[in-house]
Design a protein around this ligand. Sequence first.
Ligand code: ADP
Ligand SMILES: Nc1ccn([C@@H]2O[C@H](COP(=O)(O)O)[C@@H](O)[C@H]2O)c(=O)n1
Length: 202
Amino acid sequence: MLIIGIAGGTGCGKTTVVNQLIEELTLDHVGVITQDSYYNDLSHLSYEERVQVNFDHPKAIDFDLLGEHLSRLKQGHAIEQPVYSFTQHNRTGETLMTEPRKVMIVEGILIMTNPMIREMFDIKIYVHADSDERLIRRLKRDINERGRDIEEVLYRYQTTLKPMHDQFIEPTKEYADIIIPNNKYNTVAIDIVRTIINEKIQ
Ligand SMILES: Nc1ncnc2c1ncn2[C@@H]1O[C@H](COP(=O)(O)OP(=O)(O)O)[C@@H](O)[C@H]1O
Ligand SMILES: Nc1ccn([C@@H]2O[C@H](COP(=O)(O)O)[C@@H](O)[C@H]2O)c(=O)n1
């Protein structure tokens, strides 16, 4: 199994890159794990308390569960990936059965901050977009798709998102084997990574 980690700041286009990569591939060969599924279970907190959580700090992620799931997939077992709700700020209680594939893609802002998880990646990719571009994309996406308003996004950006990006996420760029510049759609980089994946699944 080839495990590809795709990191980068919020709004840089990780999910879009993953969708572009798998577009022309047979889903029997490629599987996707998203870091969002591994936000800590916050069922012990009220909604008001969950809203206050810093979701951009590595401590917000259940890396033990993510590591356990990746190990099980590597051993050829299916896993139950938790389903996450951005409106509830919590896991939904549902799971998505995820089968092992020849290529597993793991994407998320913080996945390369954890040494144990980082070690599990055969290829590490960092998607880069400038911070103003990322903020614009995040505003549009969170308002349209994640039930947020402009005040919420900007408050989160100033209080946690930007400082955590600078402290934890941007420094993981140094671990990357490949950096994809993504201020504009980058079809050349997508083709290169897809070629690598295709070689593996031949
Ligand atoms: N290269 C790009 N140019 C313009 N918009 C983009 C680009 N890549 C992604 N987007 C848009 O930006 C938003 C955030 O992208 P997404 O892939 O969800 O980022 P991430 O998963 O890194 O947070 C989405 O609405 C997506 O359509
Ligand atoms: N309840 C939550 C959990 C996370 N976030 C934000 O999501 C961002 C990571 O996801 P991307 O798809 O943008 O990579 C991260 O910056 C968190 O602030 C949230 O808003 N609410």
